[in-house]
Design a protein around this ligand. Structure first.
Ligand SMILES: C[S@@+](CC[C@H](N)C(=O)[O-])C[C@H]1O[C@@H](n2cnc3c(N)ncnc32)[C@H](O)[C@@H]1O
Length: 209
């Protein structure tokens, strides 16, 4: 049986170069979300970027004075992020290699959307475990109640996979997502819907003090 996460990570290995090029510039909405998250985390806070891709956001946080520990499951993405100067490790965002309460902030931009739906509650609980009391989750994920395979819109590097190269997407409607966050012990402080190439939810949530 096909493992949607392994297949998706293999797809990122094949498109990392074109993905990095096409997503080099963040949208104004995205930067505003980063600003709000960074302000809540506070100067010098330690932030994990879970599913950092080529490292655009991690570099932005580092330039903003935050300490960053980035991770990604795609070897090609990790290689790119490291080359860009991001402190990055290859790891699975579904089980973060982080001590309990070690993080001031956890950033997930367009990465929860690759977690199979049945696994999402446990992943959010694990993210909450990693945050200190008063720690901040900054989440951007796609809206909708459906899930499924999508053929990548990026140029594919030569590799062993037969075409089509696909990613598994899991979209979340607003209210069920907020219920999942509450169930994980996270208090949502803001949620905004943004429309770009997809419809996005930008969420900020904190752990109880
Ligand atoms: C759509 S990209 C987002 C990259 C970056 N955060 C951004 O905003 O451009 C999703 C990223 O999540 C990573 N990813 C997906 N599932 C993962 C998993 N289970 N563990 C670690 N990384 C994962 C992919 O390799 C990819 O780099």
């Amino acid at each position: 049986m096909t493992d949607p996460v392994a297949t998706t990570l293999a797809a990122y290995d094949l498109v990392a170069g074109d993905y990095a090029t096409r997503n080099a510039a963040a949208t104004a909405d995205h930067v505003a979300h980063q600003e709000e998250f960074a302000a809540l985390v506070g100067a010098g806070g330690l932030v994990a970027d879970a599913g950092c891709g080529p490292g655009r956001d991690a570099l932005w946080f580092a330039a903003r004075g935050l300490r960053v520990a980035a991770l990604d499951g795609s070897r090609a993405m990790v290689t790119r992020a490291a080359a860009a100067g991001v402190p990055v490790a290859r790891a699975d965002l579904r089980a973060l290699p982080v001590r309990d309460g070690a993080l001031d902030g956890l950033w997930s931009s367009a990465s929860l959307l690759h977690v199979p739906r049945p696994q999402v509650p446990a992943v959010l609980r694990d993210w909450r475990r990693c945050l200190r009391a008063g720690g901040v989750l900054g989440l951007t994920t796609s809206t909708g109640g459906d899930e499924g395979w999508e053929v990548v819109p990026y140029d594919v590097a030569a590799g062993p996979l037969a075409a089509p190269v696909q990613r598994w997407f899991v979209h979340h409607d607003r209210d069920p997502l907020l219920a999942l966050l509450a169930g994980a012990g996270l208090t949502v402080t803001s949620v905004a819907e943004r429309i770009g190439a997809r419809r996005w939810l930008q969420v900020l949530a904190v752990t109880p003090v």
